[in-house]
Design a protein around this ligand. Structure first.
Ligand SMILES: [Zn+2]
Length: 245
């Protein structure tokens, strides 16, 4: 956020949450120039059309592979989520425009959008603001919540870990996670260590219980039982620890 203008990174899972977010930005007296979508999971962009209702001039942008996946899967995600959220899910998910590989400037502040690849899905970006030593990490980093592991294999989680090292190499003081429990701060080292540790524990305990999702959930629960978003653990265990036959 600059003195006059602002860029939004990701835009909430539902229309109502998107509306609330847009009102919060308007309350700050800033002009929203762009919305950057970090990755193609619907909980990061289904609120964007409501943001555009308040800021119709804002450009909705994403890296080309993210645009491609949203164009391919957005309608399917809409159909899956409509029975749960009803009208709070957009009628026709908006497809972002492809971001050109150029740095953005907002009120003289450099904003770098980096397509690092593997996080909780294959095509993910982070937004790096060197001037404020901040990385907005989408779902590369989680903070005080369970991690979304359902769409990754052990090999992909190793690639995810390597990307956490690349984020650490940016030297930011703050890493803003895509999912954060309300009481947590954004301290870069702590957030990255938490994410790495969870991934390591998940794969270590998966190796102990390769075909028993319940046992994996119990073992992870002993360590991480207090975290929010337990659905991520359940889905991750069911996808990764597959019973024989
Ligand atoms: Zn995600």
């Amino acid at each position: 956020m600059g003195a006059r203008d602002a860029v939004l990174v990701d835009a909430q899972p539902t229309r109502s949450a998107g509306r609330e977010l847009a009102e919060w930005i308007a309350g700050k007296g800033r002009n929203l120039v762009a919305v950057l979508i970090t990755h193609p999971h619907p909980d990061h962009y289904f609120g964007v059309e409501e943001v555009l209702r308040l800021f119709p001039q804002a450009h909705v942008l994403a890296a080309p592979p993210v645009v491609g996946e949203i164009a391919t899967n957005g309608e399917r995600h809409r159909a899956e989520l409509r029975p749960i959220f009803g009208d709070d899910v957009p009628e026709h998910p908006l497809v972002p425009r492809p971001l050109r590989p150029l740095p953005l400037m907002i009120d003289h502040q450099l904003i770098r959008v980096l397509l690092l690849g593997q996080a909780d899905c294959a095509h993910s970006t982070v937004v790096h603001v060197p001037g404020s030593r901040t990385v907005i990490a989408g779902d590369f980093a989680f903070n005080g919540t369970h991690l979304r592991t359902a769409e990754t294999t052990t090999e992909q989680r190793a690639a995810w870990q390597a990307n956490l090292d690349r984020i650490a190499g940016l030297g930011a003081e703050r890493v803003v996670a895509g999912h954060r429990a309300p009481e947590q701060d954004d301290d870069a080292d702590r957030v990255l260590d938490f994410t790495r540790g969870y991934l390591r524990d998940f794969d270590r305990l998966l190796a102990h219980h390769p075909d028993d999702p319940e046992a994996l959930i119990t073992a992870m629960g002993e360590r991480y039982g207090r975290l929010t978003l337990p659905l991520f653990l359940t889905a991750g265990a069911q996808a990764n620890a597959v019973p024989p036959g």
